[in-house]
Design a protein around this ligand. Structure first.
Ligand code: SF4
Length: 354
C-alpha cells in the first residue's frame, strides 16, 4: 500500500480508523506531540480487538492505522489486529519512531511478525528523532523493514520548507533509498513538548475559515478507549465536545461508530465547511477566530445545531454535501497534502508511485 493510496483514503469519511495503541514510547523526543514516556498510559487490548472483530466484509473501514506513542511496543497486538482486519479485507498500517533501530538488538522475532503483518509502515524522523536514533541506524533498520512490508514511507517534520536540516535530510533519504521511499513532509507545531520552546503562527489545521476539516474524516480510539471523531490533538484535550465524541470502544461496535461518524450533523458540517464558516453560515459567527477552538464550542449553541441539521437534511444540503464529498475524494492526496503538508515538498509523497 503506497502513501498516495493512504492519503486518498484519508479524505473519505470513515474509510479508516486510528487506534492509539499506547501512549508509551522509549524515546524522549523534544517535540513529542503526545508527551510520551515509558510510563505513559495505555488501554487494554480487548476494546481494540472487539472493534476489529465487529468489522464485516460489508461494513468495515478500508484501513486501520495504529499509532502511539510507539505502536510497535505492542507488537503482538499490532499483529493480531492486522491479521484480524485482513480476514475481512481491511488493510493495516502503523506509525513508528523506529526505536528498535537504536537498541543494537535490531528487529526481534516478535517485532518481525508485527511488521510482516502490515500493509504499510510510516517511519517518523526529524532532527529531534535523530538525537534519539542515529540516522545511519535508522536507515539500516528501514532497509530491513522494506524487506518485510509492501509499503514504507517516512514522515519528516521541519520548521518550514527551507529548514536546512529538513532539506539536507530529504536529499539524504532520496539518495539512500533511490527515490523509492515516499515522504510526507509536515511543519513542526507548537503542541505537546514542543509547546514549551517552539512558537509559530503556522497551525496544524487549515487557517482560513472557509476550509473544510479533513481531520474529521477518520475516527480515533484514544488512550482511554474513548472514540473521538477527530484524531487531532485539539480534540484529544480533556474538554471533549459531544459532536467530537463518537462512543466508547469498550461497548460500541464499528457499525455503530461508523454510523455516528457519518450522521452527526455538526461533524458533517465541519467536514463540509470547516468550523468558522459553519458558524458564520448557521450561527452568530463572523468567519474569524481560532479554527479548532471554534470547533470545540460549536455544540454550545442549540440553535446552531438545529440550523445545521435543517440544512443538511434539506434536498439542497444533501446535494451540496454529496458534491463536496465527491470533490474531496477526487482531489484526494493532493488536497490532503495541500492542507497539511509542506507545499514545496508535496511531490515527495508520490515517489515510487506507479
Ligand atoms: S476543526 Fe474540529 S474536527 Fe477539525 S481538527 Fe479541529 S477539532 Fe478536529
Amino acid at each position: 500500500m503506497h502513501l498516495v493510496e493512504m492519503l486518498r483514503l484519508r479524505m473519505v469519511p470513515a474509510a479508516g480508523v486510528y487506534f492509539a495503541l499506547t501512549r508509551r514510547c522509549p524515546l524522549s523526543c523534544a517535540h513529542c506531540s503526545t508527551e510520551s514516556s515509558l510510563s505513559s498510559e495505555q488501554y487494554g487490548d480487548e476494546p481494540f480487538r472487539r472493534i476489529v472483530d465487529s468489522f464485516t466484509p460489508d461494513c468495515r473501514p478500508e484501513v486501520i492505522g495504529m499509532s502511539g506513542g510507539e505502536a510497535l511496543l505492542r507488537a503482538s497486538l499490532v499483529r493480531d489486529l492486522a491479521e484480524a482486519a485482513r480476514r475481512v479485507g481491511t488493510r493495516a498500517l502503523a506509525m513508528s519512531g523506529m526505536y528498535f533501530a537504536r537498541t543494537g538488538e535490531g528487529i526481534t522475532p516478535a517485532l518481525r511478525r508485527a511488521i510482516e503483518s502490515l500493509d504499510h509502515l510510516t517511519a517518523s524522523y526529524d532532527r529531534f528523532h535523530e538525537r534519539e536514533v542515529p540516522r545511519r541506524d535508522m536507515f539500516r533498520a528501514l532497509h530491513q523493514v522494506r524487506e518485510l512490508v509492501p509499503g514504507v514511507s517516512m514522515q519528516l517534520t521541519g520548521e518550514g520548507p527551507d529548514d536546512p536540516y529538513l532539506v539536507e535530510l530529504i536529499e539524504d533519504v532520496r539518495r539512500e533509498f533511490a527515490d523509492e521511499v515516499p515522504m510526507l513532509v509536515t511543519t513542526l507545531a507548537s503542541v505537546g513538548r514542543a509547546r514549551e520552546w517552539f512558537t509559530t503562527d503556522a497551525a496544524p489545521v487549515p487557517a482560513a475559515g472557509v476550509e473544510p476539516c479533513f481531520q474529521a474524516s477518520w475516527p480515533l480510539v484514544g488512550y482511554d478507549g474513548t472514540v473521538l471523531a477527530c484524531p487531532s490533538r485539539h480534540a484529544a484535550a480533556p474538554h471533549r465536545p459531544a459532536h467530537l465524541v463518537l462512543g466508547d470502544s469498550a461497548v460500541d461496535s464499528w457499525p455503530v461508530l461508523r454510523q455516528r461518524a457519518l450522521t452527526t450533523h455538526l461533524l458533517r458540517g465541519v467536514r463540509m465547511f470547516g468550523p468558522l464558516e459553519l458558524r458564520r453560515r448557521f450561527g452568530a459567527g463572523d468567519g474569524t477566530g481560532n479554527y479548532c477552538g471554534t470547533c470545540s464550542r460549536l455544540g454550545d449553541s442549540a440553535e446552531l445545531d438545529v440550523e445545521v441539521t435543517r440544512f443538511l437534511e434539506s434536498p439542497k444540503g444533501r446535494a451540496l454535501e454529496a458534491a463536496a464529498l465527491a470533490v474531496t475524494k477526487h482531489a484526494g492526496d493532493q488536497a490532503y497534502l495541500g492542507t497539511y503538508g509542506v507545499a514545496a515538498h508535496r511531490e515527495l509523497a508520490t515517489l515510487g508511485w506507479r
